[in-house]
Every structure is written in C-alpha cells, then in structure tokens.
Design a binder for this molecule. Structure first.
Ligand code: CP
Ligand code: NVA
Length: 312
C-alpha cells in the first residue's frame, strides 16, 4: 500500500479511497507513537521542501515545518510578496523553478485551481495546505483525533457549525467517504460548492451515510458524537462582510445550552483559530468536552505521514 503514494500530489481528500486514507491515518498514529517515545524517524533525511503561504497560518505552517525537521528534511518558508510571483512571474514558471530545487511543495492559497496549476507544472508532489475549496490536512487531523477519542469513524455523527467553506467541505468529503454522518447547520444564503456536493452526494449514497444541511441548529446537534465549530468569517471568504456574517450566523453559536443537544459524551472540536463569543463560548472551548489542542497537535502527525508517504 505505501508505494501507492510516492510522488503523488495531495490536493484534496476526494482523490483518495477509504483504504488509502486509513493507511495515511495509521502511518500518522505510528509516527505519533515514535515522536512520543522520542524515537528518531528521519525518513526524509536530506530532502528539501518549499513552503509557500499566501494566507496567514499558525498551526499549518509551524506543524509542517516541525514535521520536516523531525523527518530530517529542510523546509524553506516562502512569502509570496518576497518572491517574483508577487511581481507577476507566472505560476508555471515559479512551479518549474521550485521543482528543480525541492522534493515537494506545500502551499496555502486562494483558489483550488492555483494548487492544481502548481501540481500540473511540478513533477514533485504538491501538498494542499488550505485553499478556499478544501483543507485536506485539517481533515486528516480531525479524523485521527476522532479515532483517538471515539475509537472509530464509521457510524458516528458529526455536527458542524461555521462558515460554509474549506473546512465544512472537507468534513463532508470525509464523512461521505469514511462512513460517518455529517449534519451542517447554517443560515440561508450560505451554500456549499457544487463541485463538493457532487462528490458528497454520490459517496453518501454509495456508503449509506447521511450528509445533511439544515437551518435548525438543534436538529443538527441532536445525537451528535462530535460537535465541530469553525469561524463565521474565513480567510478569503466571498461576498458578504465579516459584520454581516456575524449577524447571519449568530443563532448558530455553540454554547453551554446548545452543546447539550448533542450526546452527553460528545467531544467539541474546532480547527482554530476560533473566536470566543462568536461561533463558541469560552466555557465550551475551555470545557471538559473540548479536544481542540489534541486536534491541533495531530496536524503535525498527519502532515508528517503525508510527507513520509508522498515525498520521493
Ligand atoms: N487550522 C489551521 O489551519 O490553522 P492555521 O490557519 O493557524 O494554520
Ligand atoms: N475556514 C478557515 C479555516 C482556517 C484554518 C479559513 O479558511 O479561514
């Protein structure tokens, strides 16, 4: 199985089968065990990775660069405004140049078509570190965390509130492929991408899972094993202003009252960064159900697995 990944791009979880995703997660669990025991795991000694971030990041950037260091690889952080890309050099020229120096690229940017263009022009793997459409590295860490806390994915129900954007898309992709229900509560006027919904609808039917969108927060949260919150105003979010979004999404806050609609043993997750008083209260994110920092830590272990499996 592990040879199926070497040299491939990691652009969206829609490109991988359930078995392949389980293999990545098992690799991450094994690497976490090694890291916890301080066992060396320099599987990419001497390799070089380019890290191009066109949006802000705390978790993704640091976890990726730490993962590279643990694996014995060097990563180069590239600010677009300091590169010729920022002065109009075409992506295709930048991509083919980076390809000559580096064994792979992890990139955070706006449109999915940008990571696809890099991937088209690079022979070495391109890893999506967040686009407007998807956040596949987040999805892996979320699933690893759910497995750690709940022992499985299949048959669970995840309820999501927050922007209908990359993380929401990714969780629906994960549920429909990996066999857990996802119920999204959202205000009218905020809808998921048709490209994502086409995949999700087909996979949900095939795998007999329920991926539902509702305006009713209580309905979404009822019987949930996982309550997942995300900001109401994403980076690069389209059309409506931050102020308008906060007003529109206000009825969808996870607080001490609304989290009680979920199962008593439900866990609270958030990709972070989070905004107390908007999508969640301080009491919930600091409360006993919250696993948000285990989730943040697992970003590093899952990204390490992607690097170890995909980089030639
Ligand atoms: N969850 C996440 O991607 O966090 P950063 O934006 O800090 O990388
Ligand atoms: N939806 C958020 C995710 C941040 C990790 C954003 O894109 O801003």
């Amino acid at each position: 199985m592990k040879d199926r990944f070497r040299g491939r791009d990691f652009l969206t979880l829609m490109d991988f089968t359930r078995d392949e995703i389980y293999h990545i997660l098992e690799t991450a669990i094994d690497l976490k065990r090694k890291w916890t025991r301080r066992e060396p795991h320099e599987l990419l000694r001497g390799r070089t990775l380019a890290a191009l971030f066109e949006k802000k990041s705390t978790r993704t950037r640091v976890s990726f660069q730490a993962a590279c260091a643990h694996l014995g690889a060097q990563s180069f952080y590239l600010r677009p405004d300091e590169m010729q890309l920022g002065r109009g050099e075409p992506i295709k020229d930048t991509a083919r140049t980076l390809d000559r120096y580096c064994d792979g690229l992890f990139i955070r940017t706006f449109g999915q078509e940008i990571v696809e263009e890099f991937a088209h022009y690079m022979k070495q793997p391109v890893i999506n570190a967040l686009t407007d459409l998807t956040h596949p590295c987040q999805g892996l860490a979320d699933m690893m965390t759910i497995i750690e806390k709940k022992g499985r994915l299949e048959g669970l129900k995840l309820a999501y509130v927050g922007d209908i954007w990359n993380v929401c898309h990714t969780l629906m992709v994960c549920g429909s492929n990996m066999g857990f229900d996802v119920s999204v509560a959202h205000p009218v006027g905020y809808d998921p991408s048709p490209r994502i919904m086409e995949y999700v609808t087909n996979m949900a039917k095939k795998n007999k899972v329920n991926i539902t969108l509702t305006q009713d927060l209580k309905e979404a949260l009822t019987d949930a094993d996982v309550v997942y919150a995300n900001t109401f105003h994403s980076m690069g979010g389209p059309e409506k202003t931050k102020e308008q979004r906060i007003i529109d999404f206000a009825p969808y806050q996870i607080n001490e009252t609304t989290i009680a609609y979920a199962k008593d043993d439900a866990i609270f997750m958030h990709c972070l960064p989070g905004y107390r008083g908007e999508e969640m209260t301080d009491g919930v994110v600091e409360g006993p159900q919250s696993v948000v920092f285990d989730q943040a830590e697992n970003r590093m272990h899952t990204e390490k697995a992607v690097l170890a499996l995909f980089i030639p």
